[in-house]
Design a protein around this ligand. Structure first.
Ligand code: NDP
Length: 280
């Protein structure tokens, strides 16, 4: 089984980003990371994103708010960030505390600054197959992994396990745009194992540690693991039982070191594109 490493895909994206940055005359596009509270996974993602963007020569400013902030206070602060000329793009770390109406904040987000595809305009563009918007970075990262490894999608049976608005649904639309024949699975899917076994490209985005084992994987399938979980020993793991599928899958992404590394590279790519677009 060939291991599809995220670092190699990320390096290719970085090469293209460096070329794009050369034309900007030393300008440094800036990402605002907006965080409410101190959830450990938010802090981990924030650190990873900051490190990756800075390695691309991009700027990052973190706007952190206390977990107890009211909806109104957060909304006003968010509006200021949204309107700031200093800010090229915004990454809003979710989920937000229950007090804050996440949907309303998503609707307020300037689509031109929405780097992770949460505003209604960008969601609509993904579903319309219009690539002038910004898709959620993780969904796009899966496509980048497939393209960078020359894995054909057109005409292939692609199965996505998970239907969230941040991964499963947008990814299904991106795969469809690449002319894959897409099946989306979820907790009510009756014949999950059989459906997955029939996939030529299987994407696991369920958030269930090591759920996808050899019973889910057909011969020579390409398996992309989006999951980020903690196993019974407290170690980071994906949705795929990597050791178990090695006899049947042709290729697979590891966790860590797979899709996650590409997600932040896509974020950097989006930021450079947003900066260029802001120049008109
Ligand atoms: P959600 O919890 O929002 O969605 C999970 C989806 O998986 C749901 O649609 C759910 O179905 C489905 N699902 C859950 N359990 C099963 C099951 N046993 N069988 C079939 N379907 C199932 O998660 P996210 O989409 O936000 O994230 C998914 C995973 O990806 C998580 O591990 C998360 O940490 C990771 N992630 C990784 C990123 C990266 O950069 N690599 C970025 C974002 C997320 P239903 O709708 O019926 O409930």
């Amino acid at each position: 089984m060939v291991i599809l490493k995220g670092a190699e895909v990320s390096a290719k994206i970085k090469e293209e980003a460096e070329k794009a940055l050369e034309g900007l005359g030393g300008a440094v596009p800036k990402l605002a990371i907006v965080r409410v509270g101190e959830r450990p996974d938010d802090l981990a993602y924030e650190r990873g994103a900051k490190k990756k963007l800075e390695s691309f020569g991009l700027g990052v400013k973190v706007y952190a708010f206390p977990a107890e902030i009211s909806h109104q206070e957060f909304k006003e602060a968010f509006e200021r960030i949204n309107q700031s000329k200093e800010v090229t793009g915004i990454l809003l770390l979710k989920p937000l505390p229950k007090e804050i109406d996440e949907k309303e904040i998503g609707c307020l987000m300037d689509p031109a600054k929405d780097m992770d595809g949460i505003s209604p305009t960008n969601i609509a563009k993904v579903f319309a197959g219009d690539d002038t918007g910004y898709a959620p970075c993780t969904a796009e990262a899966v496509i980048e992994v497939l393209k960078a490894n020359q894995i054909p999608m057109a005409g292939k049976r692609a199965v996505v396990v998970g239907r969230s608005m941040i991964v499963g649904k947008p990814l299904s639309m991106l795969l469809l745009k690449e002319n894959a024949t897409v099946t989306v699975c979820h907790t009510k899917t009756a014949d999950l194992k059989e459906t997955c076994r029939n996939a030529q490209i299987l994407v696991a985005a369920a958030g269930r540690a090591k759920m996808v084992n050899q019973e889910y994987v057909g011969k020579d399938a390409v398996v992309i693991d989006v999951g980020i979980n903690v196993d019974e020993d407290g170690k980071l793991c994906g949705d795929v039982d990597f050791a178990s599928i090695s006899g049947s899958a042709a290729m697979a992404t590891p966790v860590p070191g797979g899709v996650g590394a590409v997600t932040t590279a896509v974020l950097a790519k989006h930021l450079i594109r947003a900066y260029k677009a802001s120049l008109g």
